[in-house]
Write a protein that binds this ligand. Structure first.
Ligand SMILES: *[C@@H]1O[C@H](CO)[C@@H](O)[C@H](O)[C@H]1NC(C)=O
Ligand SMILES: *[C@@H]1O[C@H](CO)[C@@H](O)[C@H](O)[C@H]1NC(C)=O
Ligand SMILES: *[C@@H]1O[C@H](CO)[C@@H](O)[C@H](O)[C@H]1NC(C)=O
Ligand SMILES: *[C@@H]1O[C@H](CO)[C@@H](O)[C@H](O)[C@H]1NC(C)=O
Ligand SMILES: *[C@@H]1O[C@H](CO)[C@@H](O)[C@H](O)[C@H]1NC(C)=O
Ligand SMILES: *[C@@H]1O[C@H](CO)[C@@H](O)[C@H](O)[C@H]1NC(C)=O
Ligand SMILES: *[C@@H]1O[C@H](CO)[C@@H](O)[C@H](O)[C@H]1NC(C)=O
Length: 419
């Protein structure tokens, strides 16, 4: 990714209303697939600091370089085990394990292997030809509960392996289930957080995957899902019934044209979030306009009824209202005391740092900006949209998931009971 940090600003989501949170705070029934177009999050950029100012207390990093690791492939993910200091790197056809001093200790060859997108994990149609195919690392995660490494690659419809955290060469489970994107460039984002079936005791893997449209099997892979980390049902949908479960699909009419690009995922205060870029309108319109949206699911919800989206904007007043519409990267962190003060939050509150680019279509340009959002204002914005829909205003939206319907006046009690 080539982009230059040219602007530094803070954007906040404007909030004028109070929470509409009924006293019983069951979050799963408050929303039902709502995205209200009318309530686009407003921004109020504040100048945090002069982008050209020298960084205070900068260390001379030269004196701390102990080793230089060189890799002979394109890299996709890097992960540091904060307990042991080991470093894991996932790349094309390779997984690497390095010591805390960056000495290469293990190299695993994951590809190329004979594969075809026309084949399922277990079966191949007669006319399909398997040929040597590169394996792109799509997910690299540590499951703390079991002290295992989870690594997923694009081969065999996007399967995952569970590996030993002391030695990545040792495979603990190889799971024949399609979980991640099965091509070179389609997005996949995954993280571990509490979820059903035994929320908040069980941890699950939340996964957001772009629809790759390259084989009939892809229609079975949800756009967003929570998957089990239990040994006996590893990577299966964590909780499912006949028509519902911890999963959401883009519907069959929209999925070939309405691509959702998953950029970052995180958990904060009983909700799981995905930062995405998407088309602004799901119906055919030209020119196509792309925006950034935040997807949210309540972690207690075993049916994903709480799936909700809000648009997120990053606008520079200093550059005459330039819109940085495409999020490129995100990070959930805590604010410094200065930042906390300017956002009106405490230093314990979560803050989302996101780098955006000004897009040409859905292609990022060199023009970029950093925007910072307090999770408190994000939660308030979601609540405000949900409240306004249950007050009968606007449409539910999200017609690429299920047909959009007008918002219907619903009392707080009815909303709690899921209408
Ligand atoms: C931010 O900085 C720009 C130029 O440096 C200035 O024009 C603008 O008024 C500042 N905005 C605020 C909110 O201080
Ligand atoms: C770090 O090392 C590089 C190359 O050796 C040198 O050009 C640079 O000036 C050094 N930076 C500092 C801050 O010492
Ligand atoms: C891939 O298949 C070809 C032809 O069937 C075979 O010659 C080759 O050894 C296979 N390669 C691998 C890596 O299995
Ligand atoms: C890691 O496991 C592999 C495969 O079992 C083995 O060949 C290798 O020696 C192990 N590495 C270490 C450092 O024990
Ligand atoms: C994936 O993206 C890279 C870099 O943008 C590009 O060079 C490559 O052709 C793409 N590969 C596919 C299969 O689209
Ligand atoms: C973007 O940055 C790259 C690398 O610095 C440069 O080669 C390219 O010309 C720039 N593109 C534009 C449109 O400025
Ligand atoms: C709900 O709708 C009514 C009637 O349109 C309006 O008067 C009221 O202000 C709305 N309440 C909220 C909180 O939006």
């Amino acid at each position: 990714m080539n982009f230059v940090l040219s602007v530094l600003l803070i954007a906040i989501l404007k909030d004028k209303y109070d929470y509409w949170l009924p006293s019983r705070t069951g979050c799963q029934t408050l929303a039902a697939n709502i995205w209200s177009d009318k309530t686009t999050a407003q921004n109020e950029p504040i100048n945090l600091t002069n982008a050209n100012a020298p960084i205070k207390n900068a260390k001379n990093l030269n004196s701390t370089i102990t080793n230089v690791a060189a890799f002979d492939t394109k890299l996709n993910h890097l992960l540091v085990d904060t307990i042991t200091g080991r470093v894991f790197v996932g790349g094309v056809n390779r997984l690497y394990q390095l010591s805390p001093d960056l000495e290469l200790s293990e190299t695993v060859k994951t590809g190329p292997q004979n594969d075809s997108v026309e084949c399922s994990i277990l079966d191949c149609p007669l006319n399909a030809v398997r040929s040597p195919t590169d394996n792109y690392n799509k997910v690299l995660l540590i499951d703390r509960a079991t002290s295992r490494l989870i690594a997923c690659g694009s081969l065999f419809q996007g399967t995952c392996t569970v590996r030993n955290l002391q030695n990545v060469s040792i495979i603990e489970h190889e799971v024949p289930d399609a979980v991640v994107a099965n091509d070179a460039n389609s997005s996949t984002v995954a993280f571990i957080a509490p979820g059903p079936p035994q929320h908040p005791v069980t941890n699950v893997m939340y996964v957001g995957v772009t629809y790759t449209n390259n084989s009939p099997y892809r229609s079975e892979i949800p756009a967003v899902a929570s998957r089990s980390l239990e040994k006996t049902k590893m990577f299966q949908i964590a909780s499912s019934a006949v028509t519902t479960g911890t999963r959401t699909f883009i519907n069959s009419y929209a999925r070939e044209t309405y691509f959702v690009n998953y950029v970052y995922g995180f958990s904060s205060e009983r909700f799981s979030y995905f930062l995405t870029t998407q088309l602004k309108h799901s119906h055919h319109s030209s020119p196509k306009e792309y925006i950034t949206k935040l997807v949210r699911i309540c972690q207690e919800d075993s049916n994903y009824y709480s799936y909700t989206e809000i648009p997120v904007e990053c606008i520079s007043d200093a550059q005459g209202g330039t819109k940085f519409n495409l999020v490129q990267a995100g990070f959930l962190g805590k604010p410094s005391s200065d930042l906390a003060q300017s956002l009106g939050i405490s230093i314990q509150d979560d803050v989302l740092f996101a780098v955006f680019s000004k897009g040409e279509g859905n292609t990022p340009t060199n023009n970029s900006a950093l925007c910072i959002y307090s999770l408190k204002s994000i939660r308030r914005k979601f609540m405000q949209n949900i409240k306004s829909c249950f007050n009968g205003s606007g449409m539910r939206g999200l017609d690429f998931i299920s047909p959009s319907m007008p918002c219907v006046l619903t009392s707080g009690e009815q909303a709690l009971l899921g209408e």
